[in-house]
Design a binder for this molecule. Structure first.
Ligand code: GTR
Length: 422
């Protein structure tokens, strides 16, 4: 099928010049007019005619742009990756799951870094499809299972969750079970693998530790301007977790879905964009630098995110602080890098900081690329009603409530994954 779509969409809103630089805008009428960078026209102005064109020319140049100017390039290759099963039990979760805890060790020269993956696999399945995602406060927070190891890595303090002194303890076991519907996941025949993101790269503006330090040349103290920030490091970690899953007989490694919430949703999207072994991706409330369009400047903006979290993106991305107009790409082009694989973008009504409409439009704008592969994207530019999901190869929902991962979200992901991934 030959599809030619000239895709130049102008959003008809008023231009607004904000005097208060980092004041977030929450007024739709103040969203600027901007041309949406065309997915189907190369940087040199040529039209993408078919899927071969997309794969050979357009996809690589977009990927390169995001690598060099947004998330940052991985500066080299590892010398060695090894895996050790440090704990396992065939009767976990009331007998319905096989639990494995794996230490993944990454080596480069004489330096090494280890992180732990917690894996639950449905017992009644030979090779399960699986969700792989990071958690914010440690694997032991995702479940009340007393056998789950507590990370010794630096952890962000959180009084409410009982984490002080940057160290997780028994007190925080199970405090985030609400975000991981493990029973539902297992009951639907899926596995779940989780990793504490701080073991891959601590979430602080300090490049002396974590994955970055592993790759430094002698005397180097931080990544170069076009090299990786923390989001790209976390994405790289997901790929190394997938390296293990490919060796695990009980997992169908061709059906591993990268999942993430918020900053970890940004990381999941970048992982699926850079590593085509991922069968699909789920972005839960990922917002700015994730699924949301940057040029709308609604809620969190590029300048704001680079100021609050200077370590997340490459230094090159700072060129676009208060200067989104100059970006030759926008986040729908990140999402399109995942095509033709299934992609789910989810928002929450009260999560205006993440710009639900920008998340929806960005998912919607990917449809010409999915169309090239005969896959159905989102055809209507109207946002669906609240709690009325659209489940195509590209899926979207906006639910009631706040910035979070809820059972409702997981119920939708499972229905969709059964249809499009399993
Ligand atoms: C916010 C940040 C968002 C999002 C969120 C989260 O503070 O501004 O981009 O990543 O944190 O990860 O919870």
């Amino acid at each position: 099928m030959k599809i030619k779509l000239s895709f130049s969409i102008i959003l008809l809103f008023m231009t607004h010049l904000s005097s208060a630089q980092f004041e977030p805008n929450y007024d739709e009428a103040q969203v600027p007019i901007f041309p949406v960078p065309d997915l189907m026209t190369t940087f040199s102005g040529e039209t993408v005619e078919n899927r071969e064109d997309w794969k050979a020319r357009r996809r690589p140049e977009l990927l390169r742009f995001f690598e060099e100017n947004v998330y940052g390039k991985v500066p080299g290759t590892l010398d060695h990756v090894s895996f050790e099963i440090v704990e396992q039990n065939k009767n976990a979760f009331g007998g319905k799951a096989h639990r494995k805890q794996i230490e993944v060790t990454l080596q480069k020269g004489n330096r090494s870094l280890g992180f732990h993956m917690l894996l639950y696999l449905p017992k009644d399945r030979d090779r399960a499809p699986l969700f792989l995602g990071y958690n914010f406060f440690g694997n032991h927070t995702t479940t009340t299972d007393p056998k789950v190891l507590i990370s010794e890595a630096w952890t962000m303090n959180n009084e409410k969750l009982g984490i002080t002194g940057n160290q997780a303890t028994e007190t925080s076991r199970g405090v985030r079970t609400n975000r991981w519907a493990i029973n539902k996941i297992l009951d639907k025949g899926f596995g779940l693998a989780v990793v504490y993101y701080g073991e891959v790269d601590p979430d602080k503006n300090d490049f002396s530790d974590g994955l970055h330090a592993l790759f430094y040349k002698d005397g180097q103290e931080q990544p170069k301007a076009d090299e990786w920030g923390s989001l790209a490091a976390w994405a790289f970690g997901l790929s190394r977790a997938l390296d293990f899953l490919e060796k695990e007989d009980q997992v169908d490694a061709s059906k591993v879905i990268a999942f993430g919430h918020s900053r970890l949703g940004k990381a999941a999207l970048w992982a699926a964009a850079t590593d085509q072994r991922f069968a699909g991706a789920i972005s839960n409330n990922s917002g700015c630098g994730g699924a949301a369009l940057s040029k709308r400047k609604f809620g969190e903006t590029v300048g704001r995110i680079n100021t609050s979290f200077p370590h997340w993106f490459s230094d090159n991305f700072e060129k676009y602080n208060e200067n989104e107009e100059a970006l030759p790409v926008d986040q729908h082009q990140l999402l399109a890098l995942i095509a033709p694989r299934p992609l789910y973008v989810a928002s929450a009504v009260e999560d205006q900081w993440a710009d639900p409409k920008g998340e929806f439009l960005s998912a919607q704008y990917t449809f010409p690329v999915y169309g090239l592969f005969g896959k159905k994207g989102i055809t209507s530019q109207e946002m669906p009603e609240v709690n009325r999901p659209i489940h195509n190869t590209v899926a979207y929902h906006i639910r009631t409530g706040v910035h979070d991962v809820t059972d409702y979200d997981w119920e939708q992901y499972l229905i969709w994954a059964k249809k499009f991934i399993e």
